[in-house]
Design a protein around this ligand. Structure first.
Ligand SMILES: *Cc1c(COP(=O)(O)O)cnc(C)c1O
Length: 503
């Protein structure tokens, strides 16, 4: 057939890609019309699609019709201006163009030689981003360290945990794996727990130290000191300390300087997870949240969260790249080449879990070039201002309370329990969450605040009927404006009124 789609033909690509761009641009134009949280039931798609792939080619038009009718109803619209759940996962025109170019060139850049530009651009843009964040020089490629793009913060913490594990095992001997200890606050992301599972850290050797409202859920360095000295006295080997800047539940900021000192005094690897909040630190007025980063062995920030870079793009910097490389490098015959053997180049396959890797630096490069620092800063500032406004609205309604003081663009709040409330407002707030999310008008998420004396990590207690059931309102979608925030508040108020039974 004449018009049949060939595997690759530049004119067909031009024609069809134009249609696809139109489709996507129209999607953004009408994005506010969709329910933010998808309202489909589990298994909905199997009822709509055939059991097997077609024998004969179908037309792009037919596929796009299916996308419109069958796929989009099952999409939760993360880019909607009414999306306030979890943390944002930004897209942008620049990020999209970079993604498009990366898909278009479609290289696999595991070694320098497989596409020198992919490696070299990644080195350069991570230096650029490190400078925007005013990271210490040892994280730059000119020293012993450097940056690498990982898929996610989860992979970032895993690779540095492996590097740290192997570094300490080289010192103490590999029979001591069972004695190695990891420390973090009970607010640390579950990605760290998963990394420990993969790295073979004994489950009992993963210390999650308690936090509570007295420090706004930040890790208390005295607790770390105490735990480390108790563990040393018991003949165990502390080797990894993870701090978070902007925890997932409530954007708590751990005290980096004192934690870094503890890590240094005890020869531990010090990792900083700033997956969400790292982006804010490009603004001078928020940079102090990462004061103390000088003491870290590694630092991670998700450009795909709040830095206008389409998913996935997680920036990781390490102080000592050789530690990573010693853990993760392989050198099979079929990948040998002159540049690598002369040690003249970076081979990013040795800085990550997989071999293959995409040309993701194009996205970050486009974002930094097409927006520039000034626009990126005002983007962040605007979201924080909108969150401030939301916080004021909540504070002004006596039926609600703000739970912890806001730090970045996340507001934690809840509807106050009534006098007859048996469960401290748990059911009330979970009903409010359910009601607003199933209205389709906005999408928010929740967490549980930890009570003093609790001994369970945050991700295990989501169904526990004590503490406070906290609603999270995270501003950060690229299209969100003041009017979206004020109508989100109206939606919340309206459903609160209904739940409270009246007026
Ligand atoms: C989002 C988040 C993560 C996990 O991010 P992924 O990139 O999805 O792995 C880890 N830590 C913090 C603090 C986060 O906010």
């Amino acid at each position: 057939m004449e018009n049949e789609l060939k595997p690759m033909d530049s004119e067909q690509l031009r024609e069809n890609a134009h249609k696809m761009v139109d489709f996507i641009a129209d999607y953004y134009k009408s994005i506010e019309n969709f329910p933010v949280l998808s309202q489909v039931h589990p298994g909905y798609l199997r009822e709509l699609l055939p059991d097997s792939a077609p024998n004969h080619p179908e037309s792009l038009q037919d596929v796009l019709d299916d996308v419109r009718q069958k796929i989009l109803p099952g999409v939760t619209h993360w880019q909607s201006p009414d999306y306030f759940a979890y943390f944002p996962s930004n897209s942008s025109t620049a990020g999209f163009l970079g993604e498009m170019l990366s898909a278009g060139i479609n290289i696999v850049g595991f070694s320098w030689v497989t596409s020198p530009a992919a490696t070299e651009l990644e080195v350069i843009v991570l230096d650029w981003l490190a400078k925007l964040l005013k990271l210490p020089d040892h994280f730059l490629s000119s020293g012993q360290g450097g940056g690498v793009i990982q898929g996610t913060a989860s992979e970032a913490v895993l690779v540095v945990l492996l590097a740290a594990r192997d570094r300490v095992l080289r010192r103490v001997g590999k029979d001591f794996l069972g004695k190695l200890l990891v420390y973090a606050s009970d607010q640390a992301h579950a990605a760290l727990q998963k990394a420990c599972q993969i790295a073979g850290i004994h489950p009992g050797n993963f210390r999650l130290l308690k936090t509570d409202s007295s420090t706004n859920y930040a890790l208390d360095p005295d607790l770390v000191c105490q735990a480390v000295s108790d563990d040393l006295a018991a003949g165990l080997i502390p080797f990894f300390l993870c701090a978070t800047v902007g925890t997932t539940s409530s954007t708590a900021v751990d005290p980096l300087s004192s934690l870094g000192k503890i890590a240094k005094d005890n020869d531990m690897w010090f990792h900083i997870d700033a997956a969400y909040a790292g982006s804010a630190c490009i603004c001078p007025e928020y940079r102090h949240y990462i004061n103390g980063v000088e003491g870290a062995d590694s630092f991670n920030m998700n450009a795909h969260k709040w830095f206008l870079t389409n998913f996935d793009c997680s920036a990781l910097w390490v102080k000592d790249r050789s530690a990573l490389i010693q853990s993760l490098s392989t050198n099979p015959e079929y990948l040998k080449n002159k540049a690598s053997q002369a040690n003249a180049v970076v081979d990013y396959k040795d800085w990550q879990i997989p071999l293959g890797r995409r040309f993701r630096s194009l996205k970050l490069w486009m974002v930094m070039r097409l927006y520039g620092l000034e626009n990126l800063q005002s983007y962040i500032r605007n979201h924080i201002k909108l969150a401030e406004q939301f916080e004021e609205l909540v504070a002004a309604d006596p039926r609600f309370e703000v739970i912890v003081p806001r730090t970045f663009s996340l507001v934690c709040f809840r509807l106050l329990p009534t006098v007859h409330d048996q469960d401290n407002g748990h059911k009330l707030n979970s009903s409010l969450l359910e009601a607003v999310n199933s209205s389709g008008k906005i999408f928010i998420s929740h967490t549980i605040s930890i009570k003093k004396g609790w001994d369970i990590p945050i991700w295990k207690i989501c169904q526990v009927l004590s503490g406070k059931f906290v609603l999270r309102f995270a501003v950060g979608a690229p299209l969100t404006e003041e009017r979206h925030v004020s109508s989100a508040w109206e939606v919340l108020q309206k459903h609160a009124t209904t739940l409270l039974g009246g007026s």
